[in-house]
Design a protein around this ligand. Structure first.
Ligand code: BGC
Length: 754
């Protein structure tokens, strides 16, 4: 755990330059606007440790799969969101000497991400080897309102010299992914220019043929000469300028980044230049003003206030900020990668994380269109999910959604996960229920949801088999969320979820049939669905094998789990943890240690099926063996701990979740932030401490407050209302900020909010 980020309620502050932490800070201070994003790399040259990262949403490359032993059914490629052309470079050279922070003596360094405004600011004083002192302030943002625009204001004060200098402002498309299977470059050049008017590079991805145009325009205090430089996949302007001792010299750099996701190949370059021209003419201050106002609007809906604990306050705002930067719901083809725009790991692809951990945040803090887009993304991939299941031998329109995808096709290639971690289907089906329950928009079932539900239920019906021995339906060869045990039989979470999915599908069929008969006929046609199929589903629902241990009165994670040597995590030496870095895989697989919530994930999803004692018994049993080596684990444990009255534990889990990246708990923030688990962090406050659930269509709250806090407050958009929920040590107050009079449940009591 590192502790170098200064506490502040609204800002992420790094003070003093620590090159060893540079990659961590680059991740934490990343910027994004839903359409493109970047790590907090430096504008000037930097020869020290850095992970350069610019990413354009939806633009990917099918990197040829590299596996040790090929299995039939493996995908040919792993889609990767590409490291894209960089536009931030503002490189200063004086008398042949580069301003390179790795070669300078640095003083007064600070990197500050202002989350309230969505602005990154860096300040430093650097003394070069020849003794020249530069004072620099660099301010940068990616416009959330104009989501194709970025802007930088870069001010230099030469502190102890006057001299002629060169400033190079470039677009560099000669970029590689650090994480590529064959060390290839994925971009080819299509067009580039640097002349009196324009500087841009249009580059195309190999194979997928996406084009990205990156154009820049500069405004400088003064310059005596400008030279246009063109190289392979590179365009720049080099300005000759005069620095005067102690006088400010400012460079504004505006950028437009667009892709053929939005423009045709014929028009992309000219359109990009148009968008850029408009931003340039409007100027930095206007763009900045817009940025502050847009973020202000976002915070009005999604802020959480915690009083009396600045670390917790900063933690939760950081999570909310990153979620809002990563996904805006404006495009149904986009989704949320586990690292968002903060790094290459996981390839920017979509996992079950979106439905299981991110959906509740977007549902409750934004217009319902945003969550709708997330769901429609999967609906659009349904055909591919059916093809994916067909590849594995399923028939009749059964769908298996990919473990990992960008375009609907499976990219993952470890058989025990690709073929067996099928519980992702459950999260996708359950997301339909969560959306409909939350928004009250039942028509969604007729428009999109039911097709997905039928196809997933068909999959479950084929994935089980009848066991003569048990006289039950069993589900063999699966991997639950606990990836520390693979290829198990009867993973309780997967089997229980399958039953719940099928039950809900049957209800949804009845609903659509009775309320939207024309849609029902269309769906029957599209899915080639025969209502008799539900007979088999009902039989499975009534006869599914769900492991239960009579002695301990708990659900059994999977067959054989209780035969393991059951030694609590507390008995493990600290030096052995995390076990995934210290133990052989074989040892992990045979151990009782659970990577992340598994049975507890099921109890969380379907909580209304269980009484408090059942939840508590299972929580206490499984929690002791859980090592939380996935960032997705703490939030579920927080929510259940709060639910059963284990408040200290709930608080501990909250801390782990909310400051995971800020304090680099897992020593991996250098690769990027854990964006999808940030949705889980939001859930810890709202569902964990706030105890929020939807009950019969109404928001229901059972708030508790950690003793370390004086107060916390969050907002919830529910249907036409925006509620403010304030919890103090002496009670809960709920106000309606927008919308008609409404009813909510507070500690089970129906309350009118006027
Ligand atoms: C977790 C998965 C998760 C993935 C991406 C893995 O470590 O075990 O549940 O989907 O990371 O976040």
């Amino acid at each position: 755990m590192k502790n170098y980020i200064k506490y502040d309620p609204w800002k992420i502050i790094e003070e003093g330059f620590n090159p060893d932490y540079n990659k961590i800070s680059e991740s934490i201070c990343s910027l994004g606007n839903g359409k493109f994003g970047q790590r907090a790399n430096f504008e000037e040259s930097f020869s020290g440790k850095t992970l350069q990262g610019n990413y354009v949403s939806g633009v990917y490359y099918p990197d040829k799969t590299r596996v040790g032993w090929w299995k039939n059914g493996y995908p040919e490629y792993f889609a990767k969101m590409l490291n894209a052309p960089s536009w931030i470079g503002i490189k200063t050279t004086v008398q042949g000497e580069d301003l390179d922070l790795n070669k300078c003596e640095i003083q007064d360094f600070s990197r500050v991400l202002d989350m309230k405004k969505g602005v990154l600011e860096r300040r430093f004083t650097a003394k070069t080897q020849s003794g020249k002192i530069f004072q620099v302030v660099a301010t940068r943002f990616l416009s959330v309102l104009r989501d194709e625009i970025g802007a930088i204001k870069y001010t230099i004060i030469p502190k102890n010299f006057s001299a002629e200098a060169e400033i190079l402002c470039d677009v560099d498309a000669d970029i590689k992914n650090e994480d590529s299977n064959y060390d290839e470059k994925f971009w080819i050049e299509i067009l580039k220019t640097s002349d009196d008017n324009n500087t841009f590079v249009t580059a195309e991805t190999k194979k997928t043929q996406f084009q990205v145009c990156t154009a820049v325009k500069m405004e400088l205090s003064n310059f005596s000469k400008v030279e246009n430089i063109l190289k392979e996949k590179y365009a720049a302007k080099k300005y000759t300028v005069q620095f005067t001792e102690n006088e400010e010299f400012t460079v504004y750099k505006y950028a437009a980044v667009t892709s053929t996701m939005y423009y045709s190949k014929e028009k992309i370059s000219s359109k990009t230049l148009q968008v850029l021209e408009k931003a340039y003419n409007d100027g930095f201050e206007k763009l900045l003003d817009e940025q502050i106002k847009t973020w202000d609007e976002k915070w009005k809906e999604s802020d959480i206030i915690i009083e009396g604990d600045v670390a917790a306050q900063q933690g939760i705002r950081f999570n909310i900020f990153q979620l809002n930067q990563t996904y805006t719901g404006r495009d149904e083809r986009l989704n949320i990668g586990p690292k968002g725009f903060t790094g290459e790991k996981y390839g920017g692809t979509t996992y079950w994380d979106t439905e299981a951990y991110c959906l509740p945040f977007y549902l409750a803090t934004a217009d319902k269109k945003v969550a709708h887009s997330l769901l429609v993304y999967r609906w659009k991939h349904l055909k591919k999910a059916i093809e994916n299941a067909e590849k594995l031998g399923f028939t009749g329109g059964a769908a298996l959604y990919p473990m990992v995808t960008i375009n609907g096709e499976e990219c993952h290639n470890e058989w025990e996960i690709t073929f067996e971690e099928i519980h992702r289907n459950a999260a996708i089906a359950n997301a339909v229920k969560i959306y409909v329950d939350y928004t009250g928009e039942k028509k969604y079932l007729a428009d999109y949801g039911l097709e997905v539900l039928i196809s997933i239920s068909r999959f479950w019906a084929q994935r089980v088999n009848w066991s003569e021995d048990k006289q039950k339906y069993v589900m063999l060869g699966v991997t639950g969320p606990n990836e520390y045990e693979n290829n198990v039989n009867n993973n309780w979470y997967t089997s229980f979820s399958a039953v719940q999915n099928m039950k809900y599908t049957i209800k949804a069929i009845d609903f659509v049939k009775n309320n939207y008969p024309e849609d029902f006929l269309r769906i029957k046609n599209v899915c080639n669905f025969d209502e008799k199929e539900t007979e088999k589903w009902n039989e499975i629902i009534a006869n599914m094998y769900l492991g239960f241990d009579e002695k301990r009165q708990i659900f059994v994670q999977n067959d054989g789990f209780l035969d393991k040597e059951l030694i609590p995590v507390s008995k493990l030496a600290a030096s052995e943890r995390p076990i995934n870095q210290h133990w052989s895989w074989d040892r992990i697989l045979r151990s009782c240690y659970i990577k992340q919530a598994d049975v507890l994930q099921g109890i969380y999803f379907f909580e209304e099926e269980f009484d408090t004692q059942t939840i508590k018994r299972n929580f206490e049993f499984y929690e002791q063996f859980t090592v939380h080596e996935s960032s997705l684990s703490s939030c579920i444990h927080n929510i259940l701990a709060a639910r059963v009255g284990l408040y200290d534990k709930a608080y501990q889990f909250y801390l782990n979740a909310s400051r995971l990246d800020l304090d680099d708990y897992n020593n991996d923030t250098c690769d990027g932030c854990h964006i999808t688990s940030m949705g889980g962090t939001w859930m810890t406050i709202v569902q964990g401490f706030g105890g929020m659930r939807i009950k019969d269509g109404l928001p229901s709250f059972n708030p508790i407050i950690p003793k370390q806090w004086q107060k916390y407050a969050f907002k919830i958009r529910h249907q036409d209302n925006l509620f403010l929920i304030e919890v103090t040590q002496s009670g809960t107050k709920i106000q309606k900020l927008e919308g008609p009079d409404a009813k909510v449940l507070i500690n089970g009591v129906l309350t009118e909010i006027k």
